[in-house]
Design a protein around this ligand. Sequence first.
Ligand code: ADP
Ligand code: GLC
Length: 494
Amino acid sequence: MRIVQICSEAVPFAKTGGLADVAGALSKALADLGHDVTLILPLYSRFIAKCGVDVQPVGEPFEIPLGKQRVLIRLKRTQMPGSSVTVVFVDQPEFFDRDGVYQDPITKADYPDNAERFMAFNRAALEAVARLELKPDVIHAHDWQTGLVMALLEGQFRDWVPDLRRTAAIFTLHNMAFQGAYPSATMPLTGLGWEYFTWTRMECWNRVNLLKAGIVFADQLSTVSPTYSREIQTPEFGHGLDGVLHDRTADLTGILNGIDPQEWSPAADSHLPARYDFDALETGKATCKRTLQERLNLPVRGDVPLLSMVSRMTWQKGFDLIGACASRLLERDVQLVFLGNGQPEYEDLCRHLASAHPHKVRAVVGYDETLSHLIEAGSDMFLMPSKFEPCGLNQMYSMAYGTPPIVRATGGLADSVVGATPETLNDGTATGFVFRDHDPDQFWQQLDWALKLFADQPVWRRLQRAGMSRDWSWNRSAREYVALYEKALTRRVS
Ligand code: ADP
Ligand code: GLC
């Protein structure tokens, strides 16, 4: 199949979270299955300059309309490192030559022209498909930043470009909490008429809603875990769009993300001081733990349980539960490490815990790729008490690295972690610790249970090994996406 992926971020070019991991790894996995894959991204020149890839111009520059303005677009091309995926960049320096992807990294405020930036990107991406004559069987877009692609394809490009009439349109929902909802005055920027500004199309609470545009106009929809696909059809998780999703239940599939073994495998991870697999688990992991403690200036001790968290610091991730359980946890002989940035109150919470417990807690506020790998490898337990979690990648990374996660049973966390109980420990299926409700006592019970099991090292090893031996590769998920593409194509042709 000829497949075009359109996304606002992708590893290794630009990343703010799991969306980038998925866009990069899924594209590579589809190419590895023999498909012809082109990934279209904005050219964030300041990030891409650091990747060491050779980016060349392709095609002629062209202009697109954006409301009353015309915007000049250049296309650039490169090859995804280690893969046959072609990457096409939309180069528009005024929009994308900035220090952040969505936000100013200093003020942490969203860029005020994000509607313009991503609406222009969506139209330019479809122009690129047409001008470079990609003739795709499938166009697959992700999250609100590319929702308009689905509406523009249906409302304009299928009419204008005969090659796109039978192209299947797939839209993946990675997070319903972010919808790209803008004032009605931005409607003319979409280039679509006001007849699209209705409740059955892309209007929601009198705003242009780009996520909704993706949901309404795609042929098939997916989300990043089976549990999240059910959750988002309820008011609690649908963030106002549960009714719209309800109407599309028959076209909505949950496909669990995978992990990219080139980036996240303890046996091949170039960020680690020692690599290890199942057989060298004890020695390799001990070296990583020592290096982590040294790097963070924590007491170097093999026997102390080291718990960690690598996360965007937002309300989604359950930092309130960390705050509620911290004093009970820190009465025990433990070490606790945080890496992340985001909402100031959670950054402050972690900093405060670190200054109040200098021998036990470290908080690294910032973004650090190498440290995130060392933390996965050097910790004993990984914390993800999320309020909601569409899929979550860190719990999978931690299981692959022999670091059992402690998670709340929501979204992809529920679908990927098997909680330790006497039965699952007995039959060898347990891979971590799971609590049900967003409740500090339930979280604490699992923390306490994990610390008890850690003291019984033979049992702990079994838990680690069960997680490490599960297949988290993208191969499985990529095949599920191919089946979804085939379903959408069959419907289009018939
Ligand atoms: P989300 O996409 O909601 O942030 P995921 O678990 O899907 O959650 O993915 C988060 C990704 O971002 C992981 O690859 C994680 O390692 C990475 N990450 C998050 N915060 C940081 C940070 N401060 N430094 C390095 N990597 C981070
Ligand atoms: C979103 C979700 C996260 C998911 C990621 C990739 O950022 O918050 O749970 O893993 O997308 O699909």
